[in-house]
Unconditional design. Structure first.
Length: 235
């Protein structure tokens, strides 16, 4: 079996020899081992921390679980160190990648970058440095199978905070609210979907964001976020 080349050059190219050398196991075996291991660490709510987790680690875990007809425990939560670093560290060059932050903070590259152990060690050191070893990590956490609000383009720290204050804690929550309001607006006021969504978003943000930003968010919702949720209904 030939493995395709990685999407970016920085990632190692997998080979059968490499997997055999590392005694790699299939995900259906690994996930159950991971669940047992997490359970031995805490009986409280576990929080997984990784860099860019909402676009990489978390959805990959969920996708792989579905491929093997299992699921990630719903009480698992995820925290994105990339968002935290953007919110609490002033980058000299705007590079908030793990390698970029490691270079700025420690003036050295991450050896064996993109290997799990090396990246975990680097991420730990970066967060330790930024928090002055206090580990006061502030920011939202999302549980398994809920989508981060920041996955919506133009939703940053401020917009996410406003949405959460309005008890909207995931993209799924937001979509359900927009659906309910759209139905209500159509029945009671004969307002179409686009105008209803726009009205709801301006009501939520209530002049706490510039109108231009709100309009950008509305455009993204209409063009890339809302449509996938409507597709099953349309079918």
């Amino acid at each position: 079996m030939q493995f395709p080349k990685p999407p970016v050059m920085e990632l190692p190219h997998l080979t059968r020899e490499f997997l055999q050398k590392e005694n790699a196991q299939t995900f259906d075996i690994v996930i159950h081992r991971l669940i047992r291991w997490v359970h031995t660490q805490t009986l409280l709510l576990p929080v997984f921390i990784s860099h860019n987790t909402f676009k990489a680690d978390k959805p990959i875990l969920e996708l792989e679980a579905s491929r093997y007809s299992t699921h990630i425990p719903l009480h698992w939560f995820f925290f994105d160190s990339l968002h935290f670093c953007r919110d609490h560290f002033k980058s000299e060059d705007g590079n908030f990648s793990l390698s970029g932050l490691n270079k700025q903070l420690f003036n050295c590259p991450i050896y064996d970058a993109h290997r799990a152990r090396a990246d975990v060690i680097a991420c730990t050191a970066i967060l330790k440095k930024i928090t002055n070893n206090k580990w006061n990590l502030l920011g939202p956490i999302y549980n398994a199978y809920s989508t981060s609000l920041r996955s919506i383009r133009w939703v940053g720290k401020r917009a996410e905070s406003i949405l959460i204050q309005n008890n909207i804690r995931s993209v799924e929550n937001l979509i359900e609210l927009l659906k309910r309001n759209t139905i209500s607006d159509y029945i009671n006021h004969h307002i179409g979907s686009v105008n209803s969504i726009t009205k709801t978003m301006f009501t939520i943000f209530d002049s706490k964001l510039p109108n231009e930003n709100i309009n950008h968010i509305v455009d993204v919702i209409l063009s890339t976020v809302f449509i996938p949720y409507l597709a099953p209904v349309a079918g």
